[in-house]
Write a protein that binds this ligand. Structure first.
Ligand SMILES: *Cc1c(COP(=O)(O)O)cnc(C)c1O
Length: 225
């Protein structure tokens, strides 16, 4: 069994070192604990150990967990969102990080407006430019942010991205630098979150300017599928 509290402390120490190396304060980096496939008791253990933000990939799984865990924690959606699940996503999530096309944003905006909510989102950018990955194309990301900013019920708070899986995590650096470069060109009011970095590469992501990391395996152990 994984010792979740111990794992969490180790991750926090590594965040602190990486942020100091890059001249920032550890408290400026938001840690999102990624709980896909993690059962409710283990999530509650993480919450008791100090986790404040959780990230989920699948709507159905999120509904069950949300009913059990409730709103005492910040909910992040980080999976691929189908338009017909936008209504559920708006009900549950504080921040929908994985938004990459205009029709989806329009649907989210419509659902949020109907619910009397302003939905915070990030635009996902496909910095690795792999065809199989989701995300707005690098060359279209800034345009998408400005188009999306016009839509009622939506507030864009930054960008999210993923480096490709590479044997040497050090090789992910240029991808994170690329996303930071795009983020730096956003209007100030949209430059809240730069969500990049996972278990295998979060220290490099922080060194390259990330202020929100999404960590599953390093906290909960390998996922059983
Ligand atoms: C699963 C997932 C993570 C967490 O991955 P780990 O390698 O387990 O830390 C982060 N971001 C996204 C988008 C994911 O799907």
């Amino acid at each position: 069994m994984q010792d979740i509290a111990k794992n969490l402390n180790e991750v926090k120490d590594r965040i602190a070192s990486a942020s100091r190396r890059s001249g920032r304060r550890p408290e400026d980096i938001t840690l999102v604990a990624v709980t896909k496939t993690v059962d409710i008791p283990r999530i509650q253990e993480a919450l008791a150990a100090g986790v404040t933000d959780i990230g989920e990939n699948y709507i159905q799984e999120s509904i069950d967990k949300w009913l059990a865990i409730g709103t005492g924690v910040k909910w992040h959606f980080i999976g691929h969102l189908q338009r017909n699940k936008a209504k559920n996503a708006v009900e549950i999530f504080d921040l929908i990080q994985s938004v990459d096309n205009l029709p989806l944003v329009e649907e989210i905006g419509k659902r949020a407006t109907a619910a009397g909510k302003t939905q915070d989102i990030l635009i996902e950018v496909n910095v690795s430019e792999e065809a199989a990955k989701f995300g707005a194309h690098v060359s279209e990301a800034l345009d998408m942010v400005s188009q999306v900013s016009e839509i009622e019920g939506i507030r864009v708070l930054g960008l999210m991205g993923m480096a490709p899986f590479l044997d040497n995590p050090e090789d992910t650096r240029p991808y994170f630098a690329k996303l930071k470069e795009i983020w730096d060109r956003l209007p100030t009011e949209q430059r809240w979150y730069l969500s990049m970095g996972m278990t295998q590469d979060f220290e490099i992501a922080i060194e390259e300017g990330s202020n929100m990391i999404r960590i599953g395996t390093a906290i909960f152990g390998p996922r059983q599928l």
